[in-house]
Design a protein around this ligand. Structure first.
Ligand code: NAD
Ligand code: TYD
Length: 355
């Protein structure tokens, strides 16, 4: 059966990678992107789909119940893949309110609308509400702790992760209370093309190209587990086609690395692939800056449930994924240059203090 998929946040980083992946791999399905186009949303990410008759873009806010109801009905939506969110931890520390509004209230609005729509369709077993969430809901690991499994208790530490935890709990409750066909995925840090330059990897790549300093928070020993966005999109495909309703699946890349080592690796690859760098070797640009308040020390994902039950595994290593990603930033300055706006510069200055 072909699907009519509503992709909330489909103009953002992961959402747009997912839409590009889905239209290529499932051309029979109709994909409707619903996105408010906040600072993080960018129609350039979807530029090659403009003439695709199976693609539609609608600008709007997931908190707008009337509009969401109208779209679910008019477009005969069978599947919601819910990416829309405020997604940056640093921004959630500076201004948490939008995080509660979009991540908690927005998810609640979508759930209510979907419940109503699904009930009108005689509770069709083919419908799905896929909620895309983060490993940050589990809190921070010590160096010798095992990676997060789906059984870990929630212990969010930032306004961002607390808002995502709230949305996960709502999705869980809607499954248990109303039986609506939901699935939750919790993934580790993604990287790849179309990543907004406030996040670590694109920020470092662009600053190297511009000869600007590379701000590493605190002692640089914090660990993240990096997932190539294309592997993530394949995992979501697997979960949508084979995942069980009411279940949670962790998705990770098996690529744990300390921030400082990652930044050094980025410098090394950029020195090899980028022509005419203003400062070379680029590791000279590394600058330790004031730590993020409440900075989680380590995240690591155990994705063995998804690997064993649904037969997914990541293909990219950090080396292969990073090379592809960094080459993309080298080749696509016309994509990232316009994003370095006055607002972005203001935010950027507020966020960093050299120690
Ligand atoms: P992003 O910030 O790049 O994109 C978010 C998108 O949502 C943007 O297009 C934005 O315009 C849209 N949006 C924001 N508020 C909206 C609203 N009220 N109504 C409609 N659209 C709205 O985020 P991302 O990095 O692509 O993350 C996507 C999802 O994946 C998020 O739910 C995030 O929590 C989750 N996630 C991200 C990562 C990561 O490493 N990026 C890791 C784990 C989980
Ligand atoms: P980020 O990309 O913001 O993702 P998250 O906070 O969701 O993990 O940051 C990844 C790691 O890199 C995190 O430990 C914070 C650190 N970091 C820096 O050291 N410098 C930076 O400029 C940024 C944006 C992040």
């Amino acid at each position: 059966m072909s699907k009519n998929i509503l992709v909330t946040g489909g103009a953002g980083f992961i959402g747009s990678n997912f839409v590009n992946y889905w239209t290529e791999n499932h051309p029979q399905d109709k994909v409707i992107v619903f996105d408010a186009l906040t600072y993080a949303g960018n129609l350039q990410n979807l530029a090659n789909l403009q003439t695709n008759p199976h693609f539609l873009f609608i600008q709007g806010d997931i908190c707008d119940r009337v509009l969401v109801d109208k779209i679910l009905e008019r477009e005969k939506i069978t599947t919601i893949t819910h990416f829309a969110a405020e997604s940056h931890v640093d921004r959630s520390i500076l201004a948490p309110s939008a995080f509660i509004q979009t991540n908690v209230m927005g998810t609640f609005t979508l759930l209510e609308s979907f419940r109503n729509h699904w009930e009108k369709q005689n509770q069709s077993p083919d419908y799905r509400f896929l909620h895309v969430s983060t490993d940050e809901v589990y809190g921070s690991l010590n160096i010798d702790d095992p990676p997060f499994t789906e059984k870990n208790a929630y212990a969010p530490n930032s306004p961002y992760s607390a808002s995502k935890a709230g949305s996960d709990h709502l999705v869980r409750a809607y499954y248990h209370t109303y039986n609506i066909p939901t699935i939750i995925t919790n993934c580790s840090n993604n990287y790849g093309a179309y990543h907004f330059p406030e996040k670590l990897i694109p920020l470092m790549a662009i600053n190297i190209l511009l000869g600007k300093s590379l701000p590493v928070y605190g002692d640089g020993q914090n660990i993240r587990d990096w997932l190539y966005v294309k592997d993530h999109c394949r995992a979501l495909d697997t979960v949508l086609h084979q995942g069980k309703q009411g279940e949670t699946y962790n998705i990770g890349g098996n690529n744990e690395v300390k921030n400082i080592d990652l930044v050094k690796l980025i410098c090394q690859i950029m020195d090899e692939i980028a022509p005419n760098l203003p400062v070379k070797p680029s590791h000279q640009l590394i600058t330790f800056v004031k730590d993020r308040p409440g900075h989680d020390r380590r995240y690591a994902i155990d994705s063995s449930k998804l690997q064993k039950e649904l037969n997914w595994k990541p293909f990219a290593t950090l080396e292969t994924g990073l090379k592809e990603t960094l080459q993309w930033y080298v080749n696509n300055s016309q994509w990232w240059q316009p994003l370095l706006s006055e607002d972005y510069q203001k935010y950027y200055q507020k966020n960093y203090t050299v120690e």
